[in-house]
Design a protein around this ligand. Structure first.
Ligand SMILES: [Zn+2]
Length: 343
């Protein structure tokens, strides 16, 4: 098969489009022909791994996959060859206390396709455990289906499970034009919340409003914290949906209401931040860390995609052979929605 592999860490030029062996499936594995693989910041980070960090070589990246079942191991029933599917991006052991409790994203052996022992979807074929197979509704294209798993399960876990966003609460969604931001805006509206979107350009804010955002703040031209307070009559926002880190997190924390919850899943622009401990305890606020989501949450979301209440947004599709250009576009932040590569 053709695949994009990394033989050594370094810049995006280390992604090599080349021939690779077809994956061989065991009795309890499923082979999927990839029809689309969406990019995430994981791929950008993988290009800048510092010296000394090791990963299995050669490595096939890509965690968000949609395709068609090509072959099914002998020990598996209930999955048909030819079925249109997308893949749960997280692989877990399935037998530990966390997995059996349904919180597989807390499994000690949890890994993402393309980031741990399992190869990812920058290839014509990929193998996965059967628990990672999800049927795709007919109304979604492969490119759209590939744009769902990682960002939607992450945003759902943050807003519903961690921050417990309620109807009529106000949520500040940072970087609303990013993959998780687009998912969070739609999920928050589904829950009946008021959404204040933030982004680095007015064009992205206008697009966020077409997805349901009620107001927008351009954090390059306005003070994010002050503007969020002004829009809430100085009360502040009930929930901050955060994944940027650094100064954006600091400004957002300044706009957190009494009993407010700040939930974060990333630090793309700064791994450290400072905040007021005084305000934190006096105003009884909560800071929540969040990582991915559970297989159950992603399966439970599928009816909303079937009904059109949630919809993936695809910015651009590249051939797999042009994955370097795709990753460069992602790193530039010049996109609204997911960037997908197709073998
Ligand atoms: Zn486990």
């Amino acid at each position: 098969m053709k695949a994009v592999r990394m033989h050594e860490s370094g810049g995006v030029e280390k992604f090599v489009y080349e021939d690779a062996p077809d994956p061989l499936i065991a009795a309890n594995e499923v082979l999927v022909r990839v029809k689309g693989c969406a990019l995430n910041h994981l791929e950008v980070w993988a290009t800048v791994l510092p010296p000394g960090i090791t990963f299995p070589r050669p490595r096939i990246l890509g965690s968000d996959v949609a395709g068609v079942v090509e072959a099914v191991g002998d020990a598996i029933s209930g999955i048909q060859v030819g079925a249109k599917v997308m893949l749960q991006p997280g692989v877990s052991c399935g037998v530990c206390a966390a997995c059996l409790a349904g919180v597989d994203n807390q499994c000690s052996s949890y890994s993402l396709l393309g980031q741990g022992p399992w190869d990812g979807g920058f290839a014509e074929l990929i193998k996965v455990p059967p628990a990672n197979i999800i049927p795709v509704p007919d109304n979604l294209s492969f490119e759209e289906a590939a744009s769902i798993p990682l960002v939607f399960v992450t945003a759902w876990h943050m807003l519903v499970t961690r921050a417990r966003l309620q109807r009529n609460e106000v949520v500040l969604v940072n970087a609303a034009g990013s993959g998780v931001g687009i998912a969070a805006t739609q999920i928050a509206k589904l829950l009946g919340a008021r959404v204040i979107a933030s982004a680095g350009s007015d064009a992205k804010l206008e697009k966020a409003k077409t997805l349901g955002a009620d107001e927008g703040i351009n954090y390059n031209t306005a003070d994010l914290g002050q503007e969020a307070l002004r829009l809430t009559d100085s009360r502040g926002v009930d929930v901050v949906f955060e994944h940027i880190g650094g100064e954006i997190l600091e400004k957002s924390a300044q706009a957190l209401a009494r009993n407010g919850r700040l939930v974060t899943c990333g630090a793309t622009a700064g791994r450290t931040a400072s905040f007021s401990v005084w305000s934190f305890f006096m105003r009884q606020q909560t800071f929540l860390g969040s990582f991915m989501g559970t297989k159950s949450e992603l399966l439970g979301m599928m009816p909303y995609f079937r009904s059109g209440q949630l919809r993936p947004v695809v910015d651009r599709v590249y051939p797999l052979s042009e994955v370097q250009a795709a990753v460069r576009q992602l790193a530039s932040r010049d996109h609204f929605g997911k960037i997908v590569v197709v073998p």
